[in-house]
Design a protein around this ligand. Sequence first.
Ligand code: TPP
Ligand code: MG
Length: 404
Amino acid sequence: MDLWEKPLTEEWFDPQTYRPETRTFDRHAVQRAIHFLLQAKNPVILAGSGVHIAGAEEHLRTLAELLPARVATTPRAKGVFPEDDPHSLGVLGVAGHRDARATLLGDEVDVLLTVGASLNETSTPNWDPKLRPSKALIQLDIDADRIGRNYPVDVALVGDAQSILVELVYHAHRRIREGVFPASQWERSAPLLRSHARYSDPEARTSNAMPLTPQRWRVDLEEVLPSDAVIFSDIGGHMLFNIHHLCIRAGQRFVINLGFGSMGHGTVAPIGAALADPMRPVFAIVGDGCFTMNGMDLLTAAEYELPVIWIVENNNMHGIIWHGSRVVGRALESVRFRRPVEIASIARAMGLSSWVVDAPGRMQDAVREALRRGGPALIEVRVDGSIPPPLGERARSLAGFIES
Ligand SMILES: Cc1ncc(C[n+]2csc(CCOP(=O)(O)OP(=O)(O)O)c2C)c(N)n1
Ligand SMILES: [Mg+2]
C-alpha cells in the first residue's frame, strides 16, 4: 500500500520521442508502383487492416476510382472499402466471397497492390501461390520486415498507408496529366453481382423458414443498421456468417479480433467502444458460447447505461466446433448444449432491455426499438443450428492437416 501511495516524480516522455511514426516514403518506389498500376489491364488492390489504422479509407477509394481497380479486403479489414461499391470484390480468405477468390486466385490479375495486409494464413487461403499476379506485386506495409515475407515482391512501399496512398494518387494524377492513360479494362468486364446472388447460399438469405436461418436475420438486420454503426463480431460460426453475410457500407465499421481469436473480445470490447465514442451506435454480434463465457460484463454496460446493442445468435452449441468436427470426420456431440439457455432472460435480470427474435422479418422492429430506447440492450436470435457456417476451404485445409 505505501508503495502505491507514493507520489511519482518520474519524467514522462511523449511517445513520439521514442516511437517515431513511419510517415516517410520512397519517391522512386512510388513512381515504379504507379508505372505498373497505370499499365495494368486488371489491377486489384487487397486492403488490410493497416488501412484503418492509418485512417486511409478515403485515400484507398480515391486510388481505386482513379485507375479503376477492383478491391478486396482481408477478413479483418472487412468494410475498409465499402462492400456495396461497384468495384468491391468483398473479402478474400476465411468465409470470404466468390468474386474475391475467383479474381485474386484466377489468372486475370496482372498487378496486385496490397495495402497494410500481413498476408497471413486466413487472408491468403493458406498462402495460395495463385495469389501472385502475372506482372507485378506491389506491397505496402509500415513494417519493412513483413515485405516479401510470404510472396516475392516487385515494388516495396514501406510506410504509413495514408501517407503513401496520398503520394500514389498524386503521382498517378501527374502521369495522367502528362498524357498517360490508365490501361485498366475493368470497366469493359461484366459488372460484379450485388444482389443475393453474390453470396454462397442466396436461398438461405431470403428464406422464410422456421427455425430462422442465420443468413436471413442478417439480411433483415442490414435494413436497420445505422449508416455510422460500429459492429463487433465475436469468434465462432457467427463470425463466419458475419464476414460473409453482412454488407458493410461506407461509414460503418466492422471489428473482429482475429489475432489469437479468443472468445469474448467481441462481447466485451464494444463496452470500451461505447465509452470511447458515445455518438456512434455500437453493436455486437456474438454466439451463445461466447456470451455464456463472458456475458457478465453486460453489468458494466448496465451500470454506466452504455448504449451497446448485443445480438446473441443462439444455436445451442459451439457451432463452429460442431460443424468443423463434422467436416474433419467425427462430430463432437459434447459441444451441443443439452439444455437451451434463455439468453434474453439473463440480460433482463441484469437490467438490460431484451427481446427474442425467432422468425424472419422480426429483427428490424427489435433493433429499431433498442435504438429508440438508447440504453444497453440485448436481442437473442434463435436460429437453426444445423445450417453450417461458411467454413469453405479452411475446413478442408484443416482436414488435410489432420490426414497428413
Ligand atoms: C477462450 C477461447 N476458448 C476456446 C476457443 C475455441 N473456439 C472458437 S469458437 C468456439 C465456439 C464458439 O461458440 P459460439 O459463441 O456459440 O459460436 P457459434 O460457433 O455457435 O456461432 C470455440 C470453443 C476460443 N477461440 N477462445
Ligand atoms: Mg453457438
